[in-house]
Ligand binder design. Structure first.
Ligand SMILES: Cc1cc2nc3c(=O)[nH]c(=O)nc-3n(C[C@H](O)[C@H](O)[C@H](O)COP(=O)(O)O)c2cc1C
Length: 174
């Protein structure tokens, strides 16, 4: 992929909150997982877990755990990315808490871009009650939900994107 194609790809990704009916092919899910598997992770230990939810009742419960963002249940597939520090606690001690959140976040970001590359859409859902989501997914105590990605085919025109601009992001110290 050349530089222009790469930036065009990044530029055309948008958060989508309205989805058409229609299931996601297993082959597309496999590609998303392949990308997550390729993400960098702390010590290469991949200290995250991914839960898929297709069940309507479970989706509705997640909507209510996520401040009633009803569009979440409209998506045919939800992936919930969770930090699992128990996979690295022996090696990294207290730091494994942070590393596992970072591992789950990077994997979810890889998934988000892959979803776009596959012609699907999503939006990062971070506004949720962690305790309720953990209960719904019956997570082990050490695991922590980091992001929910509702995935489907887009049924809205995304808004123009506004950003801070590159200069505002960079602070030069010399
Ligand atoms: C950490 C994080 C949490 C977010 N939580 C939510 C959320 O709970 N609900 C939602 O609709 N969008 C959520 N978003 C999506 C952002 O609103 C969106 O990425 C931002 O407005 C930029 O738009 P874009 O993704 O189209 O570039 C979240 C994004 C991030 C990175």
């Amino acid at each position: 992929m050349d530089e222009k194609a790469f930036f065009d790809f990044l530029n055309t990704r948008r958060s989508i909150r309205t989805f058409k009916d229609g299931a996601i092919d297993e082959s597309k899910l496999s590609k998303i997982l392949e990308a997550c598997n390729l993400a960098p992770s702390s010590g290469g230990l991949q200290t995250f877990e991914i839960y898929q939810i297709k069940n309507k009742e479970m989706k509705e419960r997640l909507v209510s755990a996520a401040k009633d963002q009803t569009f979440i249940a409209q998506a045919p597939l939800l992936l919930v990315f969770c930090a699992n520090p128990s996979r690295s606690v022996e090696r990294f001690g207290e730091r494994s808490q942070l590393f596992s959140v970072q591992d789950a976040t990077i994997a979810a970001a890889y998934a988000q871009l892959t979803i776009h590359a596959l012609g699907l859409s999503t939006v990062w859902i971070g506004a949720f009650d962690e305790r309720k989501v953990s209960e719904i997914l019956q997570l082990q105590q050490s695991q922590r939900p980091v992001a929910i990605l509702p995935i489907g085919y887009e049924n809205e025109k995304p808004k123009e994107k506004t950003t801070r601009g590159s200069e505002d992001l960079l602070h030069t110290l010399d």
